[in-house]
Design a protein around this ligand. Sequence first.
Ligand code: OOB
Length: 519
Amino acid sequence: MPIRSARSLADRDGQLTYAEVDRLAERAALALLERGLRAHDIALVQLPNVREFVIVFFALHKIGVVPVLCLPAHRRAEIGHFAAATGAVAYFFAPGFRGFDYAAMAREVQAEAPALRHLIATGEGAEPGVDYLGPWLARDRGPGEARAALARQRPDPFDVALMLLSGGTTGVPKLIPRTHADYLYNARECARVLGWSSDTVFLAGLPLAHNFALGAPGMVAVLAVGGSVALGTSTDAEALFEAVARHGVTVLPATPALLITLLDAARRVRHDLGSLRQVCVGGQRMLPELYDRLRAALPQAVPLHAFGMAEGLTNLTRPGDAPRVARETQGRPVSPADEIRIVDDDGAAVPEGEVGELLARGPYTIRGYYRAAEHNRSAFTADGFYRTGDLVRRHASGNLVVEGRKKDLINRGGEKISAEEIENLVLAHDRVRMAAVVAMPDPVMGERACAFVILKEGASLTLGELNAFLLAREIAKFKLPERLEVVESFPLTAMGKVAKKALREVIASRLHGAEPSRA
Ligand code: OOB
């Protein structure tokens, strides 16, 4: 059954019109007001792609409470950090999602975060100390009362609307404050350049908590032009293809890693994918070979490249770009007011066509991370440009090509892992003397994390032991190193720092020698 009309939201439980979503969001907002939540309060939201994500997102916006969008994969270390860093007063979760006991984690986090007064779960239940959304959403109070109460709470468009998480290169993830005005503008510009309209049917299989599926170019962009959104909680190929056929999906966002899985499965798939018009690939570079595979498998769909970042700047290829440009480049900024510079290590512009670091400033790019004054001094230039850490060059077409990066992170299928964060945890192991975590190449994920360690005298360590130790620190599983290299010493740079580039080369050549490339 295709989505029954424009302007709807579909999830595992059926379809809602915009008006129904709005009414449910009003009910949730009123319940939150009654519990004492107020504008500028902060709420941790850790929900998968279900209707409650959307309802809570808009409910919080109605009363000016700021959601911190946590990934379902985050565990106690990350959630505890966000609670402590923000003084969040509420935490929204989906009990039992993918078999994990979020309620137990919520209590543990709450025990160490005195400000966290409200634990709010999806559905119905009777856990002591937990509120449930189910009864809130069922309580109708008549539109008059609701509208009057909520009208008084309406936030200013230039207030912070939400906080995204940086993939980050620092020891703990940084929070990215985005305002109502900037986020909506960013989303609208994406919808405009992609030609989205009320005919657009968008399938969010990637987490909505991530900027890509949320707005740039994601759900908020679709809603801004009156299109429809289908939500999926799985990135399993069968489930996604089934959803494409069922809802008549026209736009599918994917990371290159997900796209590879989908294309591998497409050979044996029976679902009708004929409705797809755009496949939007981002989070990581889509190589030209993958672009070619996509074209061959889905000739009716335009492959688009999304090179974005939670900090703001969104680059997209345009549906009208020449095939060669769409194949070889990662697009260009969506807004005419975006300013970019490509600079060398001294901050001077590189000659046209040469590789340098991309700097960005503009109407929807942040000027600073939340409560991070010191980090902000190095993350932004004195005149307010964000240093993306991405190495790019300008293609003859004017679009950008991503050639590499300066920042110290691992991009695992679009999921960013801060090397420093994992190194700090590895160093806490009592058998480890020194640690360096670097990216190793992978044909599907693009990169995976490899931990190089120098052990203490006479000690030994296996990857299994290391990861058991890391998991006991309660971090998201996707951050675990997938290979351990025990070494006697690290190569050093002329400055005496660990030469990570050399370590990346060591592991790449070792993998290359050991396993013939499967790409
Ligand atoms: C998206 O956002 P983040 O914040 O998880 O990661 C941003 C970083 C970029 O600075 C770049 O290093 C990398 O991810 N990246 C890409 C890329 N898209 C993101 N590198 C090469 N090619 C691409 N297409 O990942 C994100 C946000 C909005 C839309 C799309 C991706």
